[in-house]
Design a protein around this ligand. Structure first.
Ligand code: AMP
Ligand code: ZN
Length: 468
């Protein structure tokens, strides 16, 4: 597989550190609000990368953090008169709901910055000991940028061209040695969450969080580090400086960055009134359509969002779902059971579309071309399967389409999705079976639901259920 590496600005063959395994870190959201559709882009594209690599047989250790200590969270907490953790916990829970609706798999680990402070103190101490960081009089600790020779290698900037990072908070009484130096630890302000440290009561800078969480959950050297392109500088550049200066090893081998999502060709912003949360979109569309829309473009290209483009995505995605529904019907209703010789030959032809799909994905995750391969397969299915086909033919074609769509995280087989009403009906049937002491049937229903991710709980007030 080839991946475009921001570090080298080239498409390179992907070679993992450990054969068959991938260690990857994706910068997650700052949780002070519901996630917006721009935040959903890295979640969807890197989840798709993970799913595809798993489909190819890799074991993927996928770590994605929640930044749960930040100025914006503190501001929201002050506005509501609650603790910061009330805000961050609320929006972590909401973010997880959106991720589930977008069919983004939970990460192997979702660390939270506030639970990793000891690791941050350790790394800052190491950086000071090695001469890469220093504490100013007011207790602020800065990274000494000029002490790290490779600074600028990711963003391809040299220090003379650079302006100081925009995310760090300017601390009054600045004790910086150099304008490029960035904050590792900063003193608390009244009413802010803080932790004890050798330098002052305070909190970590944003960049150190990711260096530390990546090291703890994946090790000092990782395969892939990813996020939106706005993170290249200063966030990822600073992560490289911290991690490589502290660990004395290269940090991540491949740096992947998604392009930005714009609205009607304009930057999304609250002040322009063109700001959409994932929740807003879910009121009008099945979120699978949003996922399909995002994957219809290459992840590095800018992506324009508009009502018309969403409608086009909806009708394209419906075309796939309709074909899958028709094939389901054929595979259940047609009388001829087994494949004819002619059908066997047709099935072999579909391998060509699967190859096309994989070739596209292997070319720097070209999901746009992979989706085209699925459309070609759908067209082939629509023109070769009809009421005279065997059940097996309908079933085989359906499985091919569904499996490629599953690899992109797109749910196309709606038969598999249990609706609340279906669940309630099965629970009622199980209760009836138990009343007549048909425990075998009752257990069968419990297992059938469990296989579809529905967990039953027998309580005094009756049976309760939840989705796993
Ligand atoms: P933040 O919460 O701002 O740190 O963003 C979380 C992730 O969403 C980062 O990887 C950002 O690069 C990404 N992101 C934010 N806005 C957009 C956008 N409009 N388009 C694509 N990615 C975005
Ligand atoms: Zn990060």
């Amino acid at each position: 597989m080839k991946l475009f590496n921001t570090l080298t600005r080239k498409k390179e063959e992907f070679v993992p550190i450990t054969p068959g395994e991938i260690k990857m870190y994706v910068c997650g959201p700052t949780v002070y609000n519901l996630i917006h559709i721009g935040n959903a882009r890295p979640m969807i594209v890197f989840d798709t990368f993970r799913r595809y690599m798993e489909f190819c047989g890799y074991k993927v250790n996928y770590v994605s953090n929640f930044t749960d200590v930040d100025d914006k969270i503190i501001k929201a907490a002050i506005a509501e008169g609650v603790e910061s953790s009330v805000i961050s916990e609320r929006y972590i829970a909401e973010c997880k709901k959106d991720m589930e609706a977008l069919n983004v798999l939970p990460a192997t680990t979702h660390p939270k910055a506030t639970e990793e402070i000891p690791g941050m103190l350790d790394m800052i101490r190491t950086l000071i000991d090695k001469g890469h960081a220093y504490a100013a009089k007011d207790g602020t600790v800065y990274f000494r940028v000029r002490s790290f020779q490779d600074y600028g290698k990711l963003s391809h900037k040299n220090l003379d061209d650079l302006e100081a990072g925009h995310r760090d908070i300017k601390v009054t009484g600045d004790g910086k040695e150099d304008e490029f130096d960035f904050v590792l630890w900063k003193p608390k302000k009244e009413g802010e969450p803080f932790w004890e440290s050798p330098w002052c009561e305070g909190r970590p800078g944003w960049h150190i969080e990711c260096s530390v969480m990546s090291k703890k959950y994946l090790g000092e050297e990782i395969d892939i580090h990813a996020g939106g392109e706005d993170l290249i500088f200063p966030h990822h550049e600073n992560e490289i400086a911290q991690s490589e200066a502290a660990n004395g090893k290269p940090f991540a081998r491949y740096w992947l960055h998604n392009g930005f999502l714009n609205i009607e060709n304009k930057k999304m912003s609250k002040s322009l009134g063109n700001f959409f949360t994932v929740r807003d979109i879910s009121e009008k569309y099945d979120l699978q359509v949003l996922r399909f829309f995002m994957l219809s473009a290459h992840y590095r290209s800018p992506l324009n969002f508009s009502a018309d483009l969403m409608e086009a995505a909806k009708s394209g995605f419906d075309r796939i779902r309709t074909s899958v529904a028709n094939l389901t019907y054929l595979s259940q209703k047609n009388s001829e059971k087994s494949l004819t010789d002619e059908e066997k030959a047709q099935i072999e032809k579909t391998e060509g579309y699967v190859r096309k799909f994989c070739d596209a994905m292997d070319d720097d995750l070209n999901t746009a071309d992979a989706v085209s391969a699925i459309f070609e397969l759908v067209k082939f299915a629509n023109t070769t399967a009809d009421e005279n086909s065997s059940c097996a033919y309908g079933k085989a074609l359906k499985e091919k389409i569904v499996s490629l769509c599953d690899t992109l995280g797109l749910i196309t087989d709606q038969e598999e999705e249990l609706l609340d009403a279906d669940i309630e009906a099965l629970i009622e049937e199980r209760q009836a079976a138990r009343k007549t002491k048909d425990f075998a049937r009752a257990d069968e229903i419990r297992n059938e639901l469990l296989n579809k991710g529905i967990i039953l709980e027998d309580t005094r007030e009756g049976v309760k259920w939840k989705r796993a």
